[in-house]
Design a protein around this ligand. Sequence first.
Ligand SMILES: Cc1cc2nc3c(=O)[nH]c(=O)nc-3n(C[C@H](O)[C@H](O)[C@H](O)COP(=O)(O)OP(=O)(O)OC[C@H]3O[C@@H](n4cnc5c(N)ncnc54)[C@H](O)[C@@H]3O)c2cc1C
Length: 714
Amino acid sequence: MAPIVTNLEEIVEGYISKNNVMIFSKSYCPFCTKVKNLFDSLSVKYEVLELDHAENGEDVQKYLIEKTGQKTVPMTFIKGELLGGCDDTMKANAENRLLRLVGSAQNGVSAAGGVAEAAIKDNNVVVFSKSFCPFCTKVKDLLDSLHVKYEVLELDQRDDGSDIQAYLVEKTGQKTVPMTFIKGTRLGGCDDTLKAHAEGRLLDMAGATESNGIDASAILDLDSYQYDLVVIGGGSGGLAASKEAATLGARVAVLDYVCPTPLGATWGLGGTCVNVGCIPKKLMHQAALLGEAAKNMKHFGWEVKEENVTHNWQAMVSNIQDYIKSLNWGYRVALQDKNVKYLNAYGEFIDHHRLKTTTKRGKVTEITAKHVILATGGRPRYPDIPGAKEFCITSDDIFSLPYPPKKTLIIGASYIALECGGFLHGLGYDVSVMVRSIFLRGFDQDMAGQVGEYMENEGVKFVKKCVPTQVEKIADPQDGEPGLFKVTGKYTNGDDFSDQFNTILLAIGRDACTDKIGLDKVGVTVNSKNLKVPTDDRERSNVPYVHAIGDINDGKLELTPVAIQAGRLLAQRLFGGASDVCDYVNVPTTVFTPLEYGAIGFSEEDAVKFFGEDNIEIYHQKLWPLEWTIAHRPENVCYAKLICNKANKNRVVGFHYLGPNAGEVTQGYAIAMKLGATKKHFDETVGIHPTCSETFTTLAITKSSGQSADGGGC
Ligand SMILES: Cc1cc2nc3c(=O)[nH]c(=O)nc-3n(C[C@H](O)[C@H](O)[C@H](O)COP(=O)(O)OP(=O)(O)OC[C@H]3O[C@@H](n4cnc5c(N)ncnc54)[C@H](O)[C@@H]3O)c2cc1C
């Protein structure tokens, strides 16, 4: 899981970059009308976004003000550059600059012609293509496989596509796509491009041999790769991509290999989520919730003696591990059913399109692939202090720990730290959490504070503003019992910390597994700060035939459903002629702490930063779940909060919920948010009674009113 992000910026930049002329306008504004009339009279095609009609028009205008400094509309962009407002546009026309700027010189060349000419001039290689055309795909695949960088204009995906094609027909006489231009000269269609490659001319023409440092002779013929696709990493993203690609007829292999933890834990096919992430975490959380429910039972008339309710760690671990093994087996069968070759081996590049695979027993094989998807995920980070790797465990060990952890220190305040601390405390263990700075970085800090406060009130101890400096062993674990370790640390005020624990669980972050897979051999760029792979909106790395999905995709959310969605859509684009891309905006998420926390969209602090404090209204209410009332569980700890953008019809831009079943409550509202729901839509929705979720349909108290949000019930 990861901080919540938005990509309004990407959307606006998309409008600007994809349209030769882009006008941000308001439908009632006479100056905007003047500008649109001018372009109409010049027969220049333009795209217009009427901000007063757009769902997120106010947000767009804010972004534009920040980007350009211009506070009003109309705002005209030509070829991605700001021309200015009404006066600037009129002036450019009066000075005979406007048509030149849009590429529509007086010789009658259309605006679409300007776009085509600019693409031909500005790019070493450009392919005019249609996304569904198999011949176009063949040409793009060829260029990808040769790692030749090219610009592609998918004419069926653009409003001006048919005009561009008409212009190209007139210019070249060639009536069909693909149409390949290299260094401003037309090479021709599919056959011409393939022929140029077969004759060894293509790379020379594109100048790729020198610029990419590629030995053209080392590149295999397109059809001689063993696999159409090799996926490195059989986790959430890798399995989804490989199965989808195989369903679409591709020859696919997936490599999955688990490097053991320093303490020796290892697991089967399926990656982090199923083995050492979401699945065992949620099951252990459920075990803790059941313990809590057992305490409540007597209030509902059950005659249960609390002293008889005890928990057996080994029984829980054994049942969870059995279930995980059944899932591992299910994944293997699914790969077999779909005709995906599963290789239980470590994969790394040795050259372009060539991978070395190494099994546990050291057997090395070489395979080749036309496309490669990197889906290697991440692993827990260890601090550079004595004893960390020798004596501490991580989330990779806890779910299969053969003995009860007993007195535990969790180091870190990430969602993984708080979730593990939460369920261990719920199972009855003495838990301390050592926190360097803040809880749940990247999440709404008001909510994060409440999550921590609830845990503290329930008995979890927090060692705040402190970092560990050393871990020493006092006794080894043995006979189903944990060991004993001394942890030394330093508070930020300089004071010393020292205590003894049976288990120390590190949860200070995760590192992307990209440093040992030979990316340097093929020139894939990696973000040196986090080792993740930067990609474009089609998950493509700087090397066109290499893609990255899931936790290693730089700047994207670290969540299982995100990895799956990205993998599935990528396979459909590579092998199914599809064009849909993964939408990373308003992805819902839930933190499974004792008091669960569900969120969608902006945190309060990000909303203030993005929209401005004056434009934000926050509606909130504490609530007391009906189930908690007669069980005498605390009042005023569950909480519902909506963040609304006043400047855009009170559109809900942030949804935050603290309470039972947060995942179930939050999921449905994610659709409403995707559809641009406003506060009025929430108010008009009839609630389901008696539930916690219905609170979101009746929120009336604003934060700005200063009125107390306490006292809500079902
Ligand atoms: C404790 C914990 C709890 C979590 N809880 C949630 C949750 O509740 N909800 C949620 O949505 N997400 C959760 N996540 C995050 C989720 O697990 C990840 O986002 C998801 O698994 C990422 O999928 P992936 O395909 O990118 O990588 P992974 O699932 O990590 O898979 C990568 C696979 O590649 C293998 N591999 C790596 N290098 C190589 C190589 N060179 N050759 C062959 N194989 C290789 C790895 O061993 C692994 O099997 C949790 C994570 C953790 C750690």
